[in-house]
Ligand binder design. Structure first.
Ligand SMILES: Cc1cc2nc3c(=O)[nH]c(=O)nc-3n(C[C@H](O)[C@H](O)[C@H](O)COP(=O)(O)OP(=O)(O)OC[C@H]3O[C@@H](n4cnc5c(N)ncnc54)[C@H](O)[C@@H]3O)c2cc1C
Length: 421
């Protein structure tokens, strides 16, 4: 039997935003804990993503005074939505209700994730890079023995709590015998970086551009401006449709680039094309209650099914898990702390996720997309609500459903008249 290399109170697999923020949270809430954070990659590492972070990530960073990692980043001021027949609408990001800042940044993940990981390193977390998670086993004392490997060797670590933050293809989740999301509840998306010397000039300001149901039917494409002339572009579709229509992800990206060029946007030096899965929160795994193993982030299918945003939910899950368990490490009540975390996360986001899943269904119809954009271009409340679904924790109440249905049904001119008066 191989020796245990290290013993931890909390061992986190995966040092993306979810894993790093969980590690930071445990050390801030309970500095005496021995926290390990292990990733198969050597940082800084790239991750396929739109790179957009909004009010949620800012408030998660502010919780432990870490927002300084966003200093000097340019702010995005608006969103621009396009639908079929070139119907478009540009809108300022409204004051969100649940957060202090209504700000969006676009920061390449190779930088953002490294900055968050550095915060963990500076919080006295034991970070190990370049080790691949292999498997885990519970011993007689309910400790978890975890096996990792690199090219040459295998390592065993023991921990009281194991956290799977190892992303959309989580091996920790697989070992818990929890199935991956079905094709209906996940999307495939491709990201590329390009240089665009005139993007901001064309749109008159730093705007997040979404194009719904155009380059990909039932999917959406994006162009998000980062520092200088750097533009993050990409396109995603639900996997069920991707397979049914035998789509080619690279071809979808080419079509979107043609669309951008037809709007006058110069696209140069297309590079770093990378596709990946997005497991939507419309189908979340249920954990085995007896084991001291928890999942956060993409490993636990936390991505907003409407926007594809996942960084905020993963970071918030890391904090909520730490909040509910940091004082129970080593006690028999640890698994009930994990259940409390699950309940708190679901209670906070269930209605929001459900509303976003419904919005996704509506936006899969080109007719409904056109109608929504027409309604939104005549009615500030509707566009504000759509933007809050994208950037805050908004959800549909019964009154909201009635209001939106009514606005969808009445003629656009009458709606414009009513809104003006
Ligand atoms: C194309 C695309 C665009 C997106 N755009 C946005 C966006 O604009 N804004 C947004 O908020 N979200 C976006 N998302 C979603 C977002 O990328 C994820 O929700 C987010 O990365 C989840 O963070 P995480 O920490 O859970 O997982 P990850 O960021 O995936 O991190 C998981 C980590 O685990 C490590 N790992 C995996 N397996 C192992 C193993 N066996 N052993 C050790 N380590 C392992 C990986 O190396 C990685 O570092 C997008 C996703 C895609 C695919």
């Amino acid at each position: 039997m191989q020796d245990i290399s290290k013993e931890y109170d909390v061992l986190i697999v995966g040092a993306g935003p979810a894993g790093s923020n969980a590690a930071i949270s445990y050390k801030k809430l309970n500095p005496g804990l021995r926290v390990g954070l292990i990733d198969k990659a050597i940082f800084p590492r790239d991750k396929s993503c739109g790179d957009a972070i909004g009010p949620g990530v800012i408030s998660a960073l502010k919780r432990f005074n870490n927002e300084h990692i966003l200093d000097d980043e340019p702010q995005v001021v608006s969103t621009t939505l396009y639908g079929p027949d070139n119907i478009g609408i540009q809108n300022y990001i409204p004051e969100v209700k649940n957060k202090e800042d209504s700000i969006v940044y676009v920061i390449p993940r190779i930088d953002l994730d490294n900055r968050i990981l550095n915060l963990a390193k500076n919080s006295d977390v034991d970070v190990i890079e370049g080790l691949n998670f292999v498997s885990f086993e519970e011993d007689v004392n309910k400790n978890i023995v975890v096996k990792f490997k690199n090219q040459d060797e295998e390592f065993l670590f023991s921990t009281r709590l194991l956290i799977g933050a190892d992303g959309a293809n989580s091996r920790v989740r697989k070992q818990l015998n929890l199935k991956p999301n079905s094709d209906w509840h996940k999307a495939i998306a491709i990201r590329a970086y390009v240089d665009s010397p005139n993007y901001i000039e064309i749109f008159k300001e730093r705007t997040l551009m979404f194009e719904i149901n155009v380059s990909a039917e039932k999917g959406y494409a994006w162009a998000f401006p980062s520092k200088g002339s750097l533009l993050n572009i990409g396109i995603g579709v639900p996997v069920s449709i991707f397979k049914k229509d035998k789509l080619n992800i690279n071809k979808l990206l080419e079509d979107f680039i043609n669309q951008l060029e037809s709007r006058g946007v110069i696209v140069e030096n297309i590079r770093k094309q990378k596709s990946y899965m997005l497991p939507f929160a419309s189908s979340r795994p249920k954990l085995n209650k007896d084991m001291n193993v928890a999942l956060i982030g993409d490993a636990s299918s936390m991505i907003n099914p409407m926007s594809g945003e996942g960084i905020f939910y993963g970071m918030e899950a890391g904090y909520l898990l730490a909040k509910n368990t940091n004082e129970l490490i080593g006690s028999e009540k640890l698994s009930s702390g994990i259940s409390k975390y699950e309940k708190e996360f679901s209670k906070r986001f269930r209605k929001h996720y459900l509303s976003c899943a419904l919005a996704r269904l509506i936006l899969q119809s080109p007719f409904m997309t056109k109608r929504l954009l027409k309604v939104a271009s005549n009615d500030q409340d509707t566009i504000d609500f759509v933007v809050e679904l994208l950037f805050d924790e908004a959800y549909l109440t019964l009154t909201e459903v009635f209001k939106i249905t009514y606005k969808f049904l009445i003629p656009t001119r009458l709606l414009a008249f009513i809104s003006k008066n």
